[in-house]
Design a protein around this ligand. Structure first.
Ligand code: UDP
Length: 332
């Protein structure tokens, strides 16, 4: 298949491109490089461009006959989305409509969409399955839910088949050490903790230690980036083989780990390198639910998804190897 990866210069999109090429598919990356990096595009050709530019999209779709599109290009900072909702609705919603409309013009029928656990809002029960009500509590989550709903209408009106994959906490790095997480600014727990261990950052602040959990810190479902990408590949195969429609699946490992458990596991791993992690305990971050854990039984049953890297230590080890690589590159 020839697949367009929108946002392929970013964290998840770059791992996706690698997996697709290694699985025998052809990849074209479209990225505006606003948060992604040219050097992340190691698999497939890069077209630099923005989804707001419909003329460019028309050209790209005329040049290449795509079989499918995977869409990873979005703004994804919850706090920023509260301060600048227009940015989120314009980029995450309006620009996605541009992409979908050009797909329809060019009869490209298969679409995989990066959605998020943030579409659920505060959990009513745990683990969160696909029946859980979706009431986002910030514009980021709302922008993703809006696209999920648009995709349902587009499936019935225009025969555009789609799978929305709701990520819980994406983390880890390419097991071969070639790619990894590189956000600027970095806000995610695991890369921040490892930046402290490598000396790139002074300390990590735990956001809240009096949550109603065993150790008082928040529980999240950490899912390895390569496992997420495997689910995308299975999702495209599912659409092609089986069905037309708009489907959604929750993607997590189904195991929750507290912030403290992530810190403890990271400390053990970096200790082997004589590194340590300086931790501070601070205030809660607004809008953080105490527990977010996915029920991914549906993805396992329907897509045949089997995560390979569920062990927290493995996830942290891969991320640590990548952090050491970044430190090495900075010194060069
Ligand atoms: N977290 C933390 N300190 C940090 C960054 C994150 O304590 O500097 C906590 C955060 O409150 C949450 C968990 O780590 O409970 C995961 O946060 P992250 O931002 O990685 O992902 P999110 O769950 O917000 O998508």
């Amino acid at each position: 298949m020839k697949i367009l990866i929108v946002g392929g210069a970013g964290y998840i999109g770059s791992h996706m491109s690698k997996l697709l090429v290694k699985s025998g598919h052809e990849v074209i990356v479209l990225d505006n490089l606003s948060t992604g990096f040219r050097k992340n595009v190691k698999y497939g050709e890069l077209v630099v461009g923005d989804l707001a530019d419909i003329g460019l999209l028309e050209n790209v779709f005329s040049t290449y006959q795509f079989d499918a599109v995977m869409h990873f290009a979005a703004n994804s900072l919850v706090g920023e989305s509260i301060k600048e909702p227009a940015k989120y609705y314009r980029n995450n919603v309006a620009n996605t409509i541009n992409l979908l409309d050009v797909m329809i013009n060019h009869s490209v029928k298969y679409f995989i969409f990066s959605s998020t656990a943030a579409t659920f809002g505060n959990p009513k029960y745990s683990p969160i399955d696909e029946h859980h009500p979706q009431h986002p509590i910030n514009p980021y989550g709302m922008s993703k839910l809006m696209v999920e709903n648009i995709l349902k209408d587009y499936a019935s009106a225009y025969d555009l088949s789609s799978v929305s994959l709701r990520y819980f906490n994406a983390c880890g790095a390419d097991p071969e050490g070639e790619l990894g997480e590189m956000h600027d600014p970095e806000t995610h727990l695991i890369p921040l903790v490892l930046q402290v261990a490598s000396g790139r950052k002074k300390e990590i602040t735990v956001f809240g230690s009096d949550y109603p959990t065993d150790d008082g810190t928040c529980i999240r479902d950490y899912i390895h980036v390569v496992d997420l990408c495997q689910a995308h590949l299975l999702a495209i195969e599912y659409l092609i083989k089986n069905k037309s429609g708009a489907y959604s699946f929750n993607l997590g490992s189904g195991h929750g780990f507290s912030v403290q458990e992530v810190l403890d596991a990271s400390s053990l791993i970096v200790k082997r390198y004589n590194a340590s992690i300086f931790v501070q305990y601070g205030d809660k971050r607004p809008g953080d639910p105490d527990r977010l854990v996915a029920d991914s039984i549906l993805a396992r049953k329907i897509l045949g998804w089997k995560p390979q890297y569920e062990c927290l230590e493995t996830i942290i080890e891969h991320a640590w190897r990548w952090e050491l690589e970044l430190v090495k590159r900075k010194k060069q």
